[in-house]
Design a binder for this molecule. Structure first.
Ligand SMILES: C[S@@+](CC[C@H](N)C(=O)[O-])C[C@H]1O[C@@H](n2cnc3c(N)ncnc32)[C@H](O)[C@@H]1O
Length: 322
């Protein structure tokens, strides 16, 4: 599918999805009206200026940068080309979506980030000429994402074609505006249960405020919606970390991985991403000695949706095993 998602066809809404907020389109015009009245938004006590024009010196990483080739990724310099700014709490390094987009898609494909935050994935899609859909439960995050997209792509390549990029306020558990089997790649970074509250207290639908069992139920629903919207044979990648409670390790990432396998995905990759700057509770290390190690890594799981006619028995060791 090039250029347009057919919103009229094959959009399916199960009864369980209906319990969650429906997607509401936020356009460039909405953003322009918003910034007439606001020069900043507040996300988790951080003020993020918006509405100023961008001065961009670089549109891509340094020339020496080579895409990752192993399952250990480390970006001590997180990447600040185009409009990437690290001031949205919990944002990921643009190297992450860039690597995944380059590996699993071609120009004109459709990429989805259904917990898009400040829009890092969308900026990479704009630079790399992939069509994209970004969704977030927090309307202020969507305004930050639109702000990051508010630049002209001065690509050195003369055949640059502006991709279609749509942003929505909505709940990742109900992607009602996204047709079945219409997406070529999902790149997303969910909030972690208990670790960082990304939205104002009480914002309905924010999964970071759920108890662990409810959070895992939400992740199961998100996995099912991801499976529905993805084309057969295509990939879904999520960045997710673990935590510690009472000095013991809580393998949150693996419990989330289980939800994606239960939904019907098979595991293609487990990439370990080293962490260099930790702003979360995990980073509050004040004592000289602890009887455990600091968690300084996260996981990027890449799942694949088997295509309809594919025989999956040979992948049983990479599929749900319990
Ligand atoms: C880790 S942040 C994403 C950061 C993003 N990758 C970036 O680079 O800015 C997680 C996002 O999930 C959003 N979120 C929480 N619950 C959600 C839900 N039910 N549906 C959609 N988005 C949700 C939060 O508002 C937050 O912006």
């Amino acid at each position: 599918m090039n250029g347009k998602i057919d919103q009229g066809m094959a959009v399916r809404n199960t009864k369980t999805s209906e319990r969650f907020m429906r997607m509401r389109l936020v356009t460039q015009r909405d953003y322009e009206e918003f910034v007439k009245l606001h020069d900043r938004v507040t996300v988790e006590q951080s003020e993020i200026p918006i509405g100023k024009s961008w001065r961009i010196s670089r549109y891509e990483p340094d020339r020496e940068y080579k895409p990752e080739g192993t399952t250990v990724w480390s970006f001590p310099d997180r990447g600040c080309w185009a409009t990437h700014v690290g001031n949205f709490r919990g944002n990921f390094s643009p190297f992450i979506p860039r690597n995944l987009i380059l590996k699993y898609t071609v120009k004109g494909d459709w990429v989805l980030d259904q917990m898009v935050g400040s829009g890092t994935t969308l900026v990479e899609c704009k630079l790399l000429q992939r069509n994209a859909i970004g969704v977030d439960i927090n309307p202020e995050a969507i305004m930050v994402a639109r702000d990051r997209l508010n630049f002209t792509c001065n690509s050195p390549s003369s055949d640059y074609e502006e991709p279609v990029i749509r942003t929505y306020v909505g709940d990742a558990r109900n992607l009602n505006e996204v047709a079945d089997e219409s997406i070529d790649l999902i790149v997303t970074h969910p909030p972690y249960a208990y670790i960082i509250g990304y939205t104002r207290k009480g914002l309905e639908g924010d999964i970071s405020q759920l108890s662990l069992p409810d959070y895992l139920r939400a992740m199961r629903k998100i996995a099912q919606e991801s499976l529905r919207v993805l084309k057969g044979g295509k990939h879904c990648s999520i960045l997710i970390g673990d935590t510690r409670r009472h000095a013991h390790y809580v393998p949150l990432a693996f419990r989330v991985m289980q939800k994606f396998l239960e939904a019907g995905f098979i595991l293609k990759e487990d990439i370990v991403k080293l962490q260099h700057k930790v702003l979360t509770d995990r980073g509050k290390w004040r004592k000289a000695y602890y009887d455990f190690y600091k968690i300084m890594h996260e996981h990027i799981f890449v799942f694949r949706k088997p295509s309809k006619e594919e025989k999956t028995t040979k992948f049983k060791l990479s599929a749900k095993w319990w």
